[in-house]
Each structure stands twice: as C-alpha cells, then as structure tokens.
Design a binder for this molecule. Sequence first.
Ligand code: UDP
Ligand code: MG
Length: 139
Amino acid sequence: MATNRTFTMIKPDAYQAGNSGAIIKMIEEAGFRIVAAKLTRLTPERAGEFYAVHKERPFYKDLCSYMSSGPIIAMILEKDNAVADFRKLIGATNPANAEPGTIRKLFAKSIEANAIHGSDSDENAAIEGAFFFSGMEQF
Ligand code: UDP
Ligand code: MG
C-alpha cells in the first residue's frame, strides 16, 4: 500500500548554487508538506552508507565524494502518493532525459550532480528518513 511520505535531499550542487529556496518553493507548490528538515553535511563514510545499494556500481566512489562535498538539506515530505508523485516532480536521474519543468531539468548540472534525491519506494522512504531523523511518529 502506498504511504503518504517520502524522503528528499537537496544535494550539494543545488545548495552551493543557491537554488534551495527555488526548489523548496516548487516542492511546496506541488502540494508537499515539509514534516522534517535539516541542513547537514555527510562524511564520505555516511554518504557511502546512504548509497550502499550502489556500492558495486562504477559511479559509487565519485558519488560518495560528491555527496560529501558540501552541505545538503534533508527533508521528509508528506502528500498523497508521495513517493511516485515526488519522483515525477524531480524527473529522470540524467537531466538530459528529464521532462521539461522538472526539478532536475531546471537545476541539475550533470547525471551525478543532479540537484535532488527522491526515495524510490515506500520502504526506502522510511529507511532513508530514519537515517536522518528520529522520533517522526510524533508528527
Ligand atoms: N549517479 C551517477 N551516475 C550514474 C547514475 C547515478 O553519478 O550513472 C548518481 C546520481 O547522483 C544519482 C545517484 O547516483 O541520483 C543514485 O543513483 P540512482 O540510480 O538511484 O538514481 P536516482 O534514484 O537518484 O534517480
Ligand atoms: Mg535511487
């Protein structure tokens, strides 16, 4: 059953470029409510843990150094059909393939520095949210 929460990070390239505000505006205007938010920075080790599912992929090492290269904004978002609707809002992993008007089409620099993360399933949304936030049951 689809739950109503997803997890996102504004990635280092988008934060560094000063695009956090514009991205959060798009997220809110698309009907998502922010239920948790945190500005933080991952160490390479923690980035590696977050992306452990990709550890055999050729891009893993670069991804871990990129994701720890500067601050990120981690958020838990709420909306009906949150996971699927958010993936639609952010667009394809490679901005060259992302639909016009999506966050990645507008703000991503490359397939790696692609501005934003979005969970790919309800199960991962819960796991990823818990990676950054505790005690979310209270909201
Ligand atoms: N990535 C990359 N090269 C690739 C594929 C992915 O650098 O060929 C990076 C990119 O930042 C992406 C992240 O690894 O967002 C996780 O990859 P995934 O396939 O899970 O894409 P996503 O779910 O973020 O669209
Ligand atoms: Mg993914």
